[in-house]
Design a binder for this molecule. Structure first.
Ligand SMILES: NC(=O)c1ccc[n+]([C@@H]2O[C@H](COP(=O)([O-])OP(=O)(O)OC[C@H]3O[C@@H](n4cnc5c(N)ncnc54)[C@H](O)[C@@H]3O)[C@@H](O)[C@H]2O)c1
Ligand SMILES: [Zn+2]
Length: 361
């Protein structure tokens, strides 16, 4: 079992990672002294698969457990669902000291974290991530959010969990596309910060796709270390350090939106975004051909796309200029100087972006 500490001024917490460790969760929650009652937000599928195990783990440590089921869709990240859950909590919360447990992927984690951040101005919550994406990315860092019709993640707060408990054994029921999509984020960590992780992925990606537990545990530890370190240095994305996590996301988000969220999923769009960022880095002579090729080879080896397909390039360009992270109309890209080294570049000529997009058509 690995314990990583996320050291933050007011709200430090541990990330615990291991294989077959869910039965130890209760012990770790006891140490936090956050009350006797667990309010578990999850969906029916996950409850069916892992609810029994979680229930047992918590009850054995003396906690009471109540499950709240929300629909299994991104639509659960909405004001409507948040309001329903909060009303349910008010019935349950009769002067008890309770805490929230997010048992699920990024959708459940973002929703549960959001509710925890606003209910009575903040109650403790714990992340028990059940998807690879949630274990390597969304479960860590305290970004909570719900969506509006006007855009994804528009309402939310930075609100850190009290514990992240990642049991890679829960990942064995994931389907291949979910694993591939999350692998895009893991490749991202390698490219921006960790050449050794990148090497490991080149050698072991098949084990990960085959859901071999030691390989899953290795990448979850490595990715969590990187994200935790970045969050530690720039908790609220104010210092420009957390920005590097957006590698591949500027164009990636635009691709997702241009495809109306029906074509490529997030990880696939990020894979394309990383390739385009790498193409731009090559055009600006920041990296050589061999480096760009290594990235492309890994992305395609895991089964992520390397071509944009039918999505309109003009639409991608138009949408990317609406990116909320741009200041005025000056674009800003996270580029790379090599595997593991980033460089933020502003105001890249449109012509270069267009050329990079063209390569990927
Ligand atoms: N807060 C952040 O920092 C952050 C970062 C990245 C993404 N996100 C958010 O995360 C969300 C995406 O997360 P996701 O990819 O985990 O999607 P998800 O939560 O929708 O989960 C994907 C699917 O996997 C199923 N599932 C969950 N655990 C499973 C398991 N162990 N076995 C089999 N199936 C399982 C879920 O029921 C769901 O159908 C998006 O809403 C995104 O905005 C947040
Ligand atoms: Zn992402």
């Amino acid at each position: 079992m690995h314990i990583l500490k996320v050291n933050l001024k007011k709200s430090s917490y541990n990330i615990i990672i291991g294989t077959n460790i869910l039965n130890h969760l209760g012990k770790y929650i006891c140490k936090l002294n956050i009350g006797p009652d667990a309010y578990v937000i999850t969906n029916a599928f996950i409850k069916n698969k892992y609810g029994g195990l979680l229930n047992k783990a918590l009850k054995e440590s003396g906690f009471s457990v109540r499950f709240k089921i929300v629909p299994d869709t991104e639509k659960s990240k909405s004001l409507e669902v948040a309001t329903l859950v909060i009303k349910d909590i008010t019935h349950y919360d009769k002067k008890r000291r309770f805490f929230i447990v997010a048992l699920g992927g990024g959708v459940i984690g973002d929703l549960a974290g959001f509710i925890a951040s606003i209910y009575k101005r903040g109650v403790p919550y714990i992340q028990v991530p059940t998807t690879l994406l949630a274990q390597v990315d969304s479960g860590i860092g305290g970004k909570t959010a719900i969506d509006l019709n006007q855009g994804k993640n528009l309402i939310g707060a930075f609100y850190q969990p009290r514990l992240v408990f990642s049991d890679v054994n829960l990942l064995r029921t994931l389907d291949k596309r979910q694993v591939q999509s999350a692998l895009a984020e893991v490749i991202k960590y390698g490219v921006i910060k960790d050449a050794e992780l990148f090497d490991y992925l080149e050698k072991n990606y098949q084990d990960i796709l085959d859901l071999k537990l030691p390989a899953l545990e290795f990448i979850v530890i490595r990715a969590s270390q990187i994200k935790a370190k970045i969050v530690r240095q720039d908790e609220r994305e104010e210092k420009g350090i957390r920005t590097i996590l957006n590698f591949g996301h500027t164009i990636g988000h635009a691709i997702e939106a241009a495809a109306r969220y029906r074509g490529y999923n997030h990880g696939e769009a990020v894979a394309l975004g990383m390739l385009i960022a790498s193409d731009i880095s090559k055009k600006l002579n920041l990296i050589n051909n061999a480096t760009a090729q290594r990235i492309e080879n890994l992305i395609t080896a895991v089964g992520l796309p390397a071509k944009i397909g039918k999505i309109s390039r003009d639409e991608i360009i138009k949408i990317h200029y609406r990116d909320k992270k741009f200041i005025g109309s000056v674009n800003k890209f996270v580029l790379i100087k090599g595997i593991g080294k980033t460089k933020i570049v502003k105001d890249i000529p449109l012509k270069i972006i267009r050329q990079a997009l063209k390569i990927r058509t």
